[in-house]
Ligand binder design. Structure first.
Ligand SMILES: Cc1cc2nc3c(=O)[nH]c(=O)nc-3n(C[C@H](O)[C@H](O)[C@H](O)COP(=O)(O)OP(=O)(O)OC[C@H]3O[C@@H](n4cnc5c(N)ncnc54)[C@H](O)[C@@H]3O)c2cc1C
Length: 432
């Protein structure tokens, strides 16, 4: 037996906390590497131990008190290093899970997007709201700074975002500007070495918590094409003239704080322009494909959690008319649909992500996987509620929470209709 396999076998001993109440993911079928299988196991244990037990409280109180501490833990999980291979994995993947795809030079781990996908999926499976905050941090904020920042900007902002000392967010949407993001009204007027920002952003994930925010604003509201007048800025929470509104009381994703961002003559140094002036639309658009992959990922985590709830906890335990619920044909039909749909979604997602990692960026498939997985997740959450019967209709039931959380991904980060537009336009382009 070679050393690597011996270490892999050994590490299983440290990861024996997989509970009966979780339906295991068959990663031989999903086709990920041995290292990624190990990564999932490690993250599953961490997320189930640290998050799943709190998910109900986070939802119920609309608050995650331990967020900062958990962020730091994600940034540095050295305490797990009990064997060499574990340490290798930690070095490779986990030292900075909040900067998983960031160049090690800036405090990241230089991983692949598929690593991030596996991580994010398991986090959402344990707590969808924390998974959502994690996605906003890593993909909406860290990824944009990593891709478009100057060396100085990366040196300045990424290490603390990667270590978990800082929380990140992204402000694109406004009260009057959602799907039609180009119609944004936030103004950024040049004033010597600064830009002065005036206006608001709305519905911003991590808004109340973020130390660093990537924000889009109009630097030329009179541009011939409105998309040509947008610029991107890195905002620090402490900037003069910046504040946030009260957190929103949402239907789902509770505990992932969402708020308004308020800019009242907010002075932003010109060094904080991310990318070129008036070319912010390219920064914005360049992030959308991977954002859609991550939306599908977070949805998949919820879908897997629905399987966890419906397969193990209930259907195979509860009996009616002396028969296990799971053995009634109509429930069998639902369970098998849930199983196959989840496996299919995972396969499509991982393949699109693998292609993305190879720089094959297929916009219609990034939109396609977000569309398909998010819509299926809502359906599967409805099935989970139905399978657990009256208990699923309680406000504090896991199935009920998953249903409320699932719906978000058909809206947030672009609606299903907009994803369909992207797919249809992609197809049309291929024929023109
Ligand atoms: C919990 C949550 C967190 C969020 N976090 C963030 C964040 O961190 N940062 C951020 O910038 N934004 C965030 N958003 C905003 C989110 O990106 C927007 O909600 C989304 O882009 C849709 O915009 P809208 O809600 O204004 O809907 P609208 O654009 O007003 O759309 C309303 C309806 O009309 C349909 N519609 C609109 N345009 C078209 C069209 N051209 N063709 C067909 N149908 C159309 C839509 O599909 C939808 O059904 C968040 C939203 C939520 C709910």
């Amino acid at each position: 037996m070679n050393l690597r396999i011996a270490l892999l076998n050994n590490i299983h001993k440290f990861n024996s906390t997989r509970l009966l109440s979780h339906y295991p993911v068959d990663d031989i079928i999903s086709g990920i590497t041995n290292e990624q299988i190990q990564l999932r196991k490690t993250i599953f244990d961490l997320a189930q131990k640290e998050l799943a037990s709190q998910a109900h409280k986070i939802d119920n109180e609309n608050r995650f008190d331990g967020m900062r501490k958990f962020w730091r833990k994600l940034g540095n999980i050295g305490a797990l290093g009990e064997c060499i291979y574990f340490k290798l994995i930690i070095l490779k993947h986990i030292v900075s899970t909040v900067g998983i795809i960031v160049n090690p030079k800036y405090g990241g781990t230089g991983g692949r997007y598929l690593d991030l996908v596996i991580f994010s999926e398991e986090l959402s499976r344990a707590s969808a709201s924390v998974g959502m905050s994690y996605s906003a941090h890593t993909i909406l904020c860290v990824n944009q700074i990593h891709r478009h920042g100057s060396d100085e900007q990366k040196q300045k902002y990424l290490p603390k975002l990667c270590s978990g000392e800082h929380v990140g967010a992204l402000g694109m949407s406004e009260q009057g500007s959602g799907s039609d993001v180009i119609s944004m009204k936030l103004r950024a007027d040049k004033d010597g070495d600064h830009y002065i920002l005036n206006g608001t952003k709305f519905w911003i994930t991590n808004g109340p918590d973020a130390n660093v925010l990537v924000v889009y604003a109009k630097t030329n509201p009179n541009a011939k094409k409105p998309q040509h007048g947008i610029s991107t800025f890195i905002i620090e929470k402490t900037f003069e003239g910046f504040s946030t509104g009260p957190k929103l009381d949402k239907l789902g994703m509770r505990g992932s704080n969402t708020s308004e961002l308020i800019f009242d003559n907010c002075r932003v140094p010109k060094e904080n322009l991310l990318g070129e002036e008036n070319k912010g639309v390219y920064v914005l658009m360049s992030g959308l494909d991977v954002e859609r992959i991550i939306i599908a990922t977070a949805s998949l985590g919820i879908m897997q959690a629905c399987c966890d709830v419906a397969f193990n906890n209930y259907a195979h335990q509860r009996k009616q008319i002396n028969t296990k619920n799971a053995e009634f044909q109509m429930i069998e039909s639902k369970l098998s649909n849930m199983y196959v749909t989840t496996a299919l979604c995972r396969t499509y997602l991982y393949n699109v992500c693998r292609a993305y990692d190879r720089n094959h960026i297929a916009a219609k498939d990034c939109a396609g996987v977000a569309l398909y997985v998010s819509e299926k997740t809502t359906q599967i959450a409805l099935d989970a509620v139905e399978i657990v019967g009256k208990n699923g209709y309680l406000n504090d039931s896991v199935a009920g929470r998953l249903l409320r959380d699932a719906k978000l991904y058909e809206i947030g980060g672009g609606t299903s209709e907009v994803r369909k537009l992207v797919i249809a336009r992609g197809l049309t382009k291929e024929y023109s």
